[in-house]
Structures are given as C-alpha cells and as structure tokens.
Design a binder for this molecule. Structure first.
Ligand code: ZN
Length: 303
C-alpha cells in the first residue's frame, strides 16, 4: 500500500470541471461506487483558487476518505486536520509542497481523534497549532504542548486571507472545531459533517450534534467540506450536509423509539432499523455504538 502510494504521482483534481455534472455525481462515501479506483488516492482537490482538500483512505476494510483542507496564502499554508499516521500525514505535507513552496504555518486540530491527529509528527516543527480545550484534554500527552486554545471563536490573518476558527457546539468529539473562510464562504466542518458515512457516535453528543449542524446550515456558506467522505461542489455539499443532518436525526429517532418502548440496550442494538442509512458506510460497526450513545444521553449519563 505504502509502496503503491509512493509510486503514484498524484494529480491535482479540480472540482470546477466536475461542476456541470454536480447533480449526477454518485452520492456515496464509497470510492468504487463513486466510479473511482483505489489507485486514485491519495488525491489533492482544488476547491477554489487557493483552497484545496486532500483525501486519503481511512484505515480498515471499508474504504472511505479522511479529508483535510489547506489554504495557501501570501504568508504560508493553513492546514485543517491531518491523517491517521505519520506516513499518511507526510503524504499531505508532500502534496502541499507540490502546490506551493510556502511553508505550513498553522494546523487547526478540528477533530482530536487519532485518524486525524496520529500523523501530526509529520508536520514541520514550529507550526502554530489551534485546538479546543476539550480536544487538548482528550489527546492528553499527544496534544501539542503550546497550542492556541479556542473555546468559542477566533480569527486571524494569513497574508491577506481571513481565517476563522469556530466551535459550533459539541458534536462528534466534544471539542469539534470548524474553519471558515469568509472571503470564499467555505466551511470545513471536520467530523461534524460525515459525508454519507453513518453517524459515528463513540464520543459524540447526539442532540448537541444536531444543534451544531443547524448552526452550520444557517451560516453564509457556498461550500461545506466534510472530515470524512468526498469533497463536493457547493450545491451538492449543501444537499449532502442536509442529508447528513437527516441521517443523524433518523438514527437518534430510532434509538429514542426503542428506548421509549423499554427495549433493553442489548436488544435495541439488534432490533434497530436504520432504513436507508443501513446502506451508508460503517453502518454495521457504528449502528450499535450510536444506539448506546443515544441511550446514555436519554438516561442522563452524558455529561
Ligand atoms: Zn475520523
């Protein structure tokens, strides 16, 4: 896999060219169903003139992408999230170097989970990290020691580009940060938005996650970018964020129905009927976890 990765010269894909086909793109997190080949990854996608995403496969049997964003400015490169191991994040760093000679200056840790942070050692030393305090606590000794903490919102200039980092509420991790580019109206939602990936709730806050999605939907955004799943064109990204919101609502509603019916947790995880969402990536592994998490919230066990 690694040898393959080194051998393939990753071309930069543009989503502008795909815009005409926006409505015909296959709505899935599965690369094969999407009409892509495993050898198409990792890949860099040019979203606008200076904003890119980098998609590489998440570890595991079910193939779907972990997606990072990077913004190239006069002053350097601002990165949102990394990959899940040092070799994979080195792939991201190398892909950035193919786009620009400018140095990586900032890394925003939007999701503290290992699949987005365990490769951070491959970022250049001396980059300025930004993180939510809850994520810093969750990462423990793996957290960058001198990171800037953001509890609500901050904004900074990189060259002439304004970068906003915001906390829209507890969602997938509890320390979920998003990166908003007001000039471009691009919102990188990291794991607050899982594009066609089943709501993954191991460390989630189900009802607060819904509220965070509502906040994101009310913002002035042209393109939403997910932390897992494909980078979409603007109109499709809006529909897919809405589709994800509906999926999360449906999963919470199904768990709530079982809870109200007095079904014990062990039986509920087996009886749950997720309808169309049973076909989403990771539904088999994440379905039972989601039921358990919603039960915990309904039982007042989520603090
Ligand atoms: Zn993840």
């Amino acid at each position: 896999m690694l040898r393959h990765r080194l051998a393939c010269s990753s071309a930069i894909v543009t989503i502008v060219g795909a815009a005409m086909l926006a409505q015909s793109v296959v709505r899935t997190a599965d690369p094969i169903k999407r009409g892509l080949k495993e050898s198409d990854f990792p890949r860099t996608i040019k979203v606008t003139d200076n904003v890119y995403t980098y998609e590489d496969f998440h570890a595991g049997d079910e193939k779907f992408t972990t997606t990072n964003m990077f913004v190239v400015t006069d002053a350097g490169v601002v990165v949102a999230d990394g990959q899940g191991n040092p070799a994979a994040t080195k792939g991201l760093v190398d892909a950035i170097a193919k786009v620009t000679p400018k140095p990586i200056t900032h890394v925003v840790i939007c999701s503290d989970h290992g699949d987005h942070t365990a490769g951070n050692a491959s970022f250049p030393s001396g980059v300025h990290y930004v993180i939510h305090p809850a994520s810093k606590a969750a990462m423990g000794k793996n957290a960058p020691a001198d990171a800037e903490l953001v509890t609500d919102k901050t904004s900074f200039k990189s060259g002439s580009e304004e970068i906003q980092v915001m906390f829209l509420g507890r969602a997938h991790t509890g320390g979920d940060l998003s990166v908003y580019l007001p000039r471009q109206k691009i919102l990188f939602l990291s794991e607050t938005f899982l594009n066609r990936v089943f709501p993954a709730m191991r460390s989630a806050y189900p009802s607060e996650w819904l509220a965070a999605l509502t906040k994101a939907e009310r913002m002035d955004v042209n393109i939403y970018i997910a932390g897992h799943g494909f980078t979409e064109t603007g109109p499709v990204s809006k529909e897919e964020l809405r589709a994800y919101h509906k999926a999360l609502e449906a999963v919470i509603a199904e768990a709530t129905r079982l809870h109200k019916a007095g079904v014990p947790l062990e039986d509920a995880t087996k009886q749950a009927n997720f309808g169309e969402y049973a076909a989403w990536t990771l539904s088999k592994s994440q379905g039972p976890i989601a039921i358990r998490k919603v039960y915990e919230e309904l039982d007042g066990k989520l603090k």
